[in-house]
Write a protein that binds this ligand. Structure first.
Ligand SMILES: Cc1ncc(COP(=O)(O)O)c(C=O)c1O
Ligand code: FES
Length: 404
């Protein structure tokens, strides 16, 4: 198995911090008890679970009683949406956006088949919402507004508090999928309109299989997983103790590094982006560059296929992605970039680079060194170089063929 690469796909998942690994090893070996047990061997682990809860609460500016551990971001999103609807059985309307992660979009689509109506807010070319459209969609029947904090594909950040204020005016609950924002944007739930907020461990240098949902005190919450009394009856199932300990430590490290890492990642990301834009013709950044995560850039290279770029980057040991990991492999272009109304010529040739605190100057140099040549090589092979109409026709035929 390959283990060494230039890893610029941190929005898909991150490396577990070595400090986190070291801390959790005893919880995988010696301390295997059940935190709910009466005996000391198991019961002592409740303390570790509590410490992690405090660490996570500190990162969110929340109270520890407001943290519910989950298995992943997807579970957090599912649990929050279901809980909001169960708590308000008379309300049958949900507002979300066209650019959400499938963990929200596909839940909403299923709810439509169960008698709920869903408004999918549009975004503009920059990937930003129109708050007037949100206001016009809200009614007294709206149970929930659920939007992401930052987009996984473009890094575009939504004006969360402005959305929340409007939701509150209509008495709707407000859930935020902050899987991509946690650790990259300072958060303070104390002075916030957010009622529930999802996060995922594997995006912040903890392992896969652990996440959390913030539930504001006072928000009526009905559990998604029903069974035992764990998590104060809000999420049944024996706790993933090593995962929880890891998440707590990872949160502590995110807080410690946030300011300095954010600055560094922004500088490296901007250098990568600006150099590629200067050296490669016919390319552009997708999404609002003023309201954006510091670690993400999504660049559209006209007239070529993103997958072809990725394959060549892979030959140089560079990991990036087109769209998101969950949807890669499907031939459909990204629903996020489509919602932004990108032209077909760019839609298929878009690549996301996402950095983290381990990304080095030398790694960025390496990408800068190979990208112009990769794009030039692919464009030389492309029969449609500078031929918008030809490219468009070919893409349409491909799509028809795959659907056919
Ligand atoms: C915005 C967003 N929400 C939810 C998820 C799902 O998180 P998980 O992979 O932990 O289920 C992801 C993962 O890519 C994401 O980027
Ligand atoms: S890995 Fe991020 S979209 Fe699934």
């Amino acid at each position: 198995m390959q283990s060494n690469c230039i890893y610029l796909d941190n929005n898909a998942t991150t490396k577990v911090d070595p400090e986190v690994v070291e801390l959790i090893l005893p919880y995988l070996t010696e301390y295997y008890g059940n935190p709910s047990s009466m005996h000391t061997f198991g019961g002592q682990l409740a303390k570790a679970v509590k410490t992690a809860r405090e660490q996570l609460a500190a990162l969110l500016g929340a109270d520890e009683s407001e943290i519910v551990y989950t298995s992943c971001g997807t579970e957090g999103d599912n649990a929050a949406i279901r809980a909001a609807l169960l708590a308000q059985p008379d309300k049958r309307h949900i507002i979300t956006t066209q650019v959400e992660h499938p963990a929200v979009l596909n839940v909403c689509k299923q709810l439509e088949t169960q008698g709920y109506s869903v408004t999918y807010l549009s975004v503009n070319r920059q990937g930003q919402l129109d708050l007037n459209e949100l206001e016009a969609s809200l009614t007294g029947n709206t149970a929930l507004v659920t939007t992401m904090y930052a987009n996984n594909e473009t890094g575009v950040v939504f004006p969360i508090e402005q959305i929340g204020l409007r939701a509150k005016e209509y008495g709707a609950l407000f859930h935020v999928d902050a899987v991509q924002a946690v650790g990259k944007i300072p958060l303070n739930m104390k002075n916030s309109t957010v009622d529930m907020l999802t996060l995922s461990g594997h995006k912040i240098h903890a392992p896969k299989g652990i996440g959390a949902l913030y539930v504001r005190r006072g928000v009526r919450f009905r559990p998604f997983l029903i069974g035992g009394h764990q998590e104060r009856g809000r999420r049944a199932g024996t706790e993933n103790v090593p995962g929880i300990v890891a998440l707590g430590k990872a949160a502590e490290l995110e807080m410690l590094h946030l300011e300095e890492a954010t600055k560094r990642e922004r500088r490296l990301r901007d250098r990568l982006e600006q150099t590629l834009l200067a050296q490669i013709p016919d390319c552009e950044v997708n999404g609002d560059t003023t309201q954006r995560l510091p670690n993400t850039t999504n660049i559209g290279f006209k007239y070529i296929e993103g997958e072809a770029i990725l394959l060549l980057l892979n030959k140089y040991g560079i990991c990036a992605s087109s769209g998101s990991a969950c949807t890669s492999g499907s031939l459909e272009p990204s629903h996020v970039l489509r919602a932004m109304g990108l032209p077909y010529t760019t839609l298929h040739g878009s690549i996301r680079f996402s950095l983290c605190r381990y990304t080095t100057e030398a790694e960025i140099d390496q990408v800068i060194a190979v990208m112009p040549e990769i794009v030039e090589r692919l464009r030389a092979l492309s029969p449609f170089k500078n031929d918008e109409a030809g490219w468009l026709q070919a893409q349409e035929q491909t799509l028809l063929g795959t659907r056919g």
